[in-house]
Design a protein around this ligand. Structure first.
Ligand SMILES: NC(=O)c1ccc[n+]([C@@H]2O[C@H](COP(=O)([O-])OP(=O)(O)OC[C@H]3O[C@@H](n4cnc5c(N)ncnc54)[C@H](OP(=O)(O)O)[C@@H]3O)[C@@H](O)[C@H]2O)c1
Length: 262
């Protein structure tokens, strides 16, 4: 895929992995990027940081159907076309299930899953006209291997992977590549309230994701061979991952007690 002249719509591009994706795409020649986020200031700051990109900043919440309609209208009115949709915006609220507020349960699902599905649905008529397009959905390592204290988040991220696979198979007649990115712990604002040792940088994740896009990879899984082995184990011998979770329960509890980024 030649990224030059591609029109890209990305959610959550004003920080973390999304912003690193913009940097990576801009370095590879993408010039037109529409960015969705709730806070206006970091969205508008993007233009001064990347002067070779024409930004279309759209303030909005992916959990709002009205905002998603406005996002697609603005893209349609401004460009009339779209090649790449990157569903990256996401939130997390950790804890034992009974400790997670109802509001945080609902918002994790609405932002991480419902918003992602609805934006894809609403952007599809534009994407289906692209001569070579893509949908990149950002899941999480927890989308493959669920861990205690992340029941809701892991459920939302597993849903993202399944949605991607179904859409790729449903859209097989179109020149649209549908892929999922599964980052491991990554050093972004989202992780400020978690206690984690080694983390990938957002740039590492963005590089792997964009290389995956160019190579038409279906799943870009961060965390190397070890992670791939763990995924196999989780599928074939889940009790081994259960044992790991039990052995590390207290430490995991400690590290995730305050983890919330909503
Ligand atoms: N960091 C990690 O360790 C890690 C690991 C695995 C997967 N991921 C996934 O990677 C993606 C990016 O995470 P990150 O670490 O880069 O997070 P981040 O640093 O917290 O950035 C999140 C971005 O999404 C936007 N956003 C959040 N909620 C939104 C909403 N309701 N509507 C529109 N925009 C919204 C934020 O802007 P506003 O706040 O202004 O809306 C911000 O630009 C997420 O899907 C996350 O689940 C992250």
């Amino acid at each position: 895929m030649d990224l030059k002249n591609k029109k890209v719509l990305i959610t959550g591009g004003s920080a973390g992995i999304g912003k690193a994706l913009i940097k990576e795409l801009a370095a590879r020649g993408v010039q037109d990027i529409a960015v969705v986020g709730r806070r206006r200031e970091p969205l508008e700051a993007l233009q001064s940081e990347f002067d070779n990109v024409n930004f279309l900043p759209i303030q909005g919440n992916v959990a709002s159907v009205e905002d998603l309609d406005r996002v697609v209208s603005e893209v349609t009115e401004t460009w009339g076309e779209l090649d790449i949709l990157i569903n990256n915006a996401g939130v997390v609220s950790a804890g034992l299930l009974h400790e997670v507020s109802d509001e945080d349960v609902i918002n994790q699902i609405n932002i991480n899953v419902t918003g992602l599905i609805l934006l894809t649905k609403k952007a599809l008529p534009l994407l289906q006209k692209s001569e070579a397009g893509a949908i990149m959905n950002v899941s999480s390592g927890y989308g493959y291997i669920a861990m205690p204290f992340y029941s809701v988040y892991a459920a939302t991220k597993a849903a993202v992977g399944q949605f991607s696979d179904a859409m790729r198979r449903e859209l097989h007649q179109y020149p649209l590549h549908v892929m999922t990115v599964y980052p491991s712990a990554t050093d972004t604002d989202m992780m400020k309230t978690a206690v984690v040792g080694d983390m990938d940088s957002a740039d590492d994740v963005a590089r792997a994701a964009v290389e995956g896009l160019l190579n038409k990879e279906i799943n870009v899984i961060l965390g190397g061979k070890q992670r791939e082995e763990q995924i196999k184990t989780n599928f074939l011998e889940p009790q081994k991952i259960d044992e790991f979770a039990v052995a590390n329960f207290a430490a995991l509890r400690e590290r995730t007690l305050k983890h919330r980024s909503m």
